[in-house]
Design a protein around this ligand. Structure first.
Ligand code: C2E
Ligand code: MG
Ligand code: MG
Ligand code: MG
Length: 288
């Protein structure tokens, strides 16, 4: 009896593996087709100055509008896009689209684009960036690339070289998700980051846990002494924003300030002051 149930278990397990492998194959094929079928879109999430409340820019966040499954988030398809190598073309599409969209915003609004480790290892990243900036006409100073430390740790010397090439174009670099994963002070010391993005996990207990508050305060102090502005991610309550203001945090991003939304929705909600497509009518920023 025991043996029978073991056999059964093994069978079920195998069937499960088949299913998972098949699902991955299907998803990879779908991803490839999705690029051709124009099913990817960029959503944008507002970033603001904590002190003035003014919008400083937007982070581009990739979405897949799947014909049956609806809106699919990056965590569900980015790993597969990276494994299958599709991230090269997808990442290029993201960069080109984000730069193009940003040219329609009133300067000095900036656009932040996430780079995956695989993209970062791409041999001609700075050449590609230079081409995209030239073709879209976006002022390089208005493009920020977000890297995480996991992107850098594999080969720090090479990463530093690439970061310098990117910065030579006039593009700025942010350290994303700071405080999680591989965070080390050595990275902060040896890389010329233009901004530190404090991981949103720190906002969860920020208001009510003295230890978390002490850590946030220390990161803000570190930013001040290194002369690198800090952006706090994941602001969900007015209390968090207020406290960040008291602690001297530079920038903020999170659902409380604005959820990621399609470009047209952000425009109609008045979050973006459009300059080009709607003639010269300057739309006032209604929120501040
Ligand atoms: P990230 O770069 O740290 O982006 C912030 C994530 O936090 C986004 O999730 C955003 O929707 C979410 N978020 C923003 N504010 C709040 C908040 O107040 N509360 C909570 N709970 N979440 C908030 P999303 O869009 O699902 O993206 C997840 C990750 O996928 C990103 O993390 C980034 O690492 C990656 N990603 C997104 N778009 C791209 C892309 O175009 N290229 C690459 N390589 N990676 C991307
Ligand atoms: Mg990011
Ligand atoms: Mg982040
Ligand atoms: Mg993240």
């Amino acid at each position: 009896r025991a043996k029978k149930s073991t056999t059964q278990k093994v069978c079920l397990y195998d069937a499960g593996m088949d299913e998972a492998a098949r699902a991955r194959t299907v998803l990879t094929a779908e991803l490839r087709a999705a690029l051709e079928a124009d099913q990817f879109e960029l959503h944008y999430q507002v970033q603001t100055s904590v002190l003035t409340g003014k919008i400083t820019g937007y982070e581009a966040l990739l979405r897949w509008r799947h014909p049956e499954r609806g809106m699919v988030l990056p965590s569900e398809f980015l790993p597969l896009a990276e494994e299958s190598g599709l991230i090269a073309r997808l990442g290029e599409w993201v960069l080109r689209t984000a730069c193009n969209d940003a040219t329609t915003w009133t300067p000095p609004y900036r656009v932040s684009v996430n780079l995956s480790p695989v993209q970062f290892a791409y041999p001609n990243l700075s050449t590609l960036l230079g081409d995209i900036l030239e073709q879209t006409g976006l002022d390089p100073a208005r493009l920020e690339l977000e890297l995480t430390e996991s992107t850098i740790v594999a080969d720090k010397a090479r990463a530093l070289m690439i970061v310098r090439q990117i910065k030579a174009l006039g593009v700025t670099i942010a350290l994303d998700d700071f405080g999680t994963g591989y965070s080390s002070l050595d990275t902060l010391r040896s890389f010329p980051f233009d901004r530190i993005k404090l991981d949103r996990s720190f906002m969860q207990d920020f208001e009510f846990n003295p230890q978390v508050k002490a850590i946030v305060r220390a990161v803000l102090a570190l930013g001040k002494s290194l002369n690198i502005p800090v952006l706090a991610e994941g602001i969900e309550t007015p209390g968090q924003l207020l406290l960040l203001g008291e602690e001297g945090c530079d920038h903020a991003q999170g659902f409380f300030l604005g959820r990621p939304a399609a470009l047209r929705d952000i425009v109609s909600s008045g979050q973006i002051i459009r300059a080009i497509p709607f003639g010269n009518t300057v739309k006032m920023d209604l929120r501040h």
